[in-house]
Design a protein around this ligand. Structure first.
Ligand SMILES: Nc1ncnc2c1ncn2[C@@H]1O[C@H](COP(=O)(O)OP(=O)(O)OP(=O)(O)O)[C@@H](O)[C@H]1O
Ligand SMILES: [Mg+2]
Length: 252
């Protein structure tokens, strides 16, 4: 039996007086890749931000069997929850290597000694970053910046990595490579991934399980096989995207 790494119960989030997550129950096991699908405005970003304690919530969030609901974002990050935000958030004036070094600062001080080894692992995972280590991040392509953002999060040695729309603005071939790299990372680093995506077709290739959000609620959830075939409802929850959503349906 795999152990549960993350669990939310009746998770509710508001922006001002507007409730946007209406009681989310989810669980994620150690080493699992879960893809979070759903149309624009479904609440995917808010759910990731809630888990990494960047928005306040009601309900319970347990990480590694501890209730982290009262924790700050910084404490949650130090405990091993990495977050690659929508829009990546790389420091464009800093070099690739400097961006990566900043990532290693997110881990507890006593664990920073291994960062040389971590650089090697990140460069091994994304060789293009090694080639461009001295270049300003702002001069990288969108796809390279996404790899950098993920690499930076990995430098903190997370146990759980939340990634918000990694394929956004990236060509399908590069997206495929990115997802393959994520699958390798999961295997080699034994971490868990929760990936918010609109590109269902490519993301399902590496997913173990799928959760579909719609209107701030879990509309469907299950093993990835259930979302590849069977009685599926195309576009039902995925909305109109240019990322291949038509290739996949969602079981009701
Ligand atoms: N900072 C904010 N202030 C007020 N409302 C917000 C804010 N951010 C998001 N919302 C609203 O919360 C709801 C959920 O948004 P969220 O960004 O979590 O959705 P999403 O699934 O990530 O969408 P997308 O696919 O477009 O990224 C939407 O109705 C959105 O308009
Ligand atoms: Mg979003």
């Amino acid at each position: 039996m795999s152990t549960t790494l993350l669990k939310t119960r009746r998770l509710v989030a508001h922006y001002g007086s507007v409730e946007v997550l209406h009681g989310i129950d989810l669980a994620l096991s150690d080493g699992e890749i879960v893809v979070l699908l759903g149309p624009n405005g479904a609440g995917k970003t808010t759910l990731l931000r809630a888990i990494s304690r960047l928005v306040s919530t009601q309900g319970a969030i347990e990480y590694d069997a501890v209730d982290i609901t009262g924790w700050s974002g910084a404490r949650t990050a130090r405990a091993g929850v990495g977050h690659v935000p929508e829009g990546r958030g790389t420091f464009v004036d800093l070099t690739v290597e400097e961006n990566l070094r900043l990532g290693s600062l997110a881990r507890p001080r006593d664990q920073r000694v291994r960062s040389r080894e971590d650089f090697a692992l990140v460069y091994d995972t994304f060789p293009v970053l090694a080639e461009m280590r001295g270049r300003q991040a702002g001069l990288l392509s969108g796809g390279q910046q996404q790899m950098l953002a993920i690499g930076r999060a990995l430098m903190a040695r997370p146990r759980l990595l939340l990634i918000d729309e990694p394929s956004l603005g990236i060509a399908p071939l590069l997206t495929r490579q990115l997802f393959e790299a994520l699958a390798r990372i999961r295997n080699e680093w034994s971490i868990s991934l929760l990936i918010a995506e609109q590109n269902a077709r490519l993301s399902l290739d590496i997913a173990d399980r799928v959760i579909v959000l719609a209107g701030g609620r879990v509309a469907a959830a299950g093993p990835v096989e259930e979302f590849r075939d069977g009685d599926v409802i195309k576009r039902a929850y995925l909305g109109e995207t240019d990322g291949g959503a038509e290739a996949i349906g969602v079981k009701k």
